[in-house]
Design a protein around this ligand. Structure first.
Ligand code: HAM
Length: 432
């Protein structure tokens, strides 16, 4: 039987048009990270499973990880996320480098998920992490990077919102107010996480099964109905929890970011290592309800490597959900055609060498030049050049050969200009 031509389930073949689109995302990601002074890093595709077992959480380990035993009997995994890797790398060097450490990467990750809109088995994820920032300040910067990136694509507060919470607030509610044990708290965490994804009846049923007292139910329902930072401050009044928050909110307001933020008590995130702020970025478009980006603060993750942890805050933003977001809001240019500066054609065998020589010289002047490989009839030149996204066309006919010149056509304005082949600088200037 013939083999299937399809890629492995949940992965994509990046044909040039799709790859141009992905490169466009990557360029903006890298550009934005550099604007904030983040340095690029990368790590291996494989890590020991124990790295994720330590703090990434049940779902990732039990359901999503691709793992195998290697020939040396090590249990290894294809990376499902970058945070454990970056933590491992930072743990190696943080004593020797100046802090804060600001790093970014765009890495492909594999998770065994049911492929659906916004979820694949392989995706690329932009990660930005800052280590060693004062409490609250790394959070401000990471959110600013996320907003700047989406602004860079032309999106604003009409298109997306950042919903945030803090794990300490959840723990405070469960431990101090509800006074429930760890086992119930774990179950309630899952209920909070599901709260906006299931119907009211299903939510009530899950809560019933926990056997909370009327008073506990009341507190829990008060918690779930918190809807703004104002509500939250009242709820926390008199406690010592998340004391950085008022200042954080003031700062975000002064910097003009408050319209992007929303307090959301149901944001808890599935990964175990978060210890403080957690956030997710959502598209406001009703057709695209998945989170584009998630992240938060992880004060203790580096403790799995040694005794002196360094606190980190970071974000992960996926290419699949970002593409869906940009598409639904019409924020993407067309990737149908490649882009080239010049399409060099020749109509006769004699004109081939002068044409290829011109192409060679222009490439050494950093112009992207595509040439025909055999003589091309005049009427075929422009359609061919258009398919290649050329800004200009160079035509070498008999007349031009005689004059030692070349005829250029500007594909946009349709203007034609004849220039001498002996003055390359002038040609370069014209094409640039
Ligand atoms: P995460 O929430 O698991 O966080 O993933 C972050 C983003 O990656 C999601 O919001 C989504 O856009 C995208 N993503 C995740 N899984 C898939 C998938 N199967 N298919 C398509 N896109 C996906 C993390 O991974 C954290 N390590 C982020 C982080 C960095 N926290 C601190 N620093």
């Amino acid at each position: 039987m013939a083999l299937s031509k399809r890629p492995y389930k949940g992965t994509r073949d990046f044909f040039p048009e799709l790859k141009r689109g992905q490169d466009f995302l990557f360029q903006k990601m890298s550009q934005t990270a550099h604007l904030f002074g983040y340095e690029p890093y990368d790590g291996p595709l494989l890590e020991e499973v124990d790295l994720y077992r330590a703090k990434s959480g049940e779902e990732l380990i039990n359901d999503q990880i691709y793992s195998f035993i290697d020939r040396g009997e090590r249990h290894v995994a294809i990376r499902p996320e970058m945070t454990p890797t970056v933590a491992r790398m930072v743990a190696q060097i943080h004593r020797e480098v100046t802090r804060p450490i600001r790093w970014f990467t765009i890495a492909n990750l594999m998770r065994y998920e049911r492929p659906q809109k916004g979820r694949l088995r392989e995706h690329w994820q932009f990660n930005c992490d800052i280590f060693g920032a004062p409490e609250g300040q790394g959070e401000v910067e990471i959110l600013q990077v996320a907003i700047a990136l989406l602004n860079n694509f032309g999106a604003n507060e009409k298109h997306f919102e950042i919903r945030l919470n803090d794990r300490k607030i959840v723990d405070y509610t469960f431990n101090q107010l509800l006074k429930i044990d760890d086992e119930k708290a774990l179950k309630l965490y899952k209920i909070v996480d599901r709260a906006t994804k299931v119907s009211k009846e299903a939510l009530d049923k899950m809560i019933d099964e926990l056997g909370l007292s009327d008073e506990q139910r009341k507190i829990f329902s008060d918690y779930l109905s918190l809807n703004s930072f104002g509500d939250l401050m009242q709820f926390l009044a008199g406690s010592e929890v998340a004391t950085y928050l008022p200042k954080f909110v003031d700062q975000m307001e002064e910097l003009g970011y408050l319209p992007y933020l929303k307090y959301d008590p149901t944001i808890v995130r599935g990964l175990d290592y978060y210890t403080g702020m957690v956030f997710e970025i959502f598209d406001k478009h009703p057709e695209n309800r998945r989170a584009l980006c998630g992240g938060g603060a992880f004060a203790d993750l580096l403790k799995i490597f040694d005794e002196t942890p360094l606190a980190g805050v970071g974000l992960g933003l996926g290419d699949v959900t970002l593409m869906d977001f940009l598409k639904v809001h019409n924020l993407l240019p067309s990737f149908e055609r490649p882009s080239n500066d010049l399409f060099v054609s020749f109509q006769t065998e004699e004109a081939k060498i002068p044409a290829l020589k011109l192409a060679k010289e222009l490439r050494s002047n950093n112009l992207n030049v595509i040439t025909t490989l055999e003589p091309l009839k005049f009427k075929k030149i422009f359609p061919a050049a258009e398919k290649k996204g050329a800004r200009f066309v160079a035509i070498f006919g008999d007349k031009e050969l005689e004059n030692n010149s070349v005829q250029f056509k500007n594909m946009q304005t349709k203007e034609q200009t004849e220039l001498s082949l002996s003055d390359i600088d002038k040609i370069v200037e014209y094409l640039k």
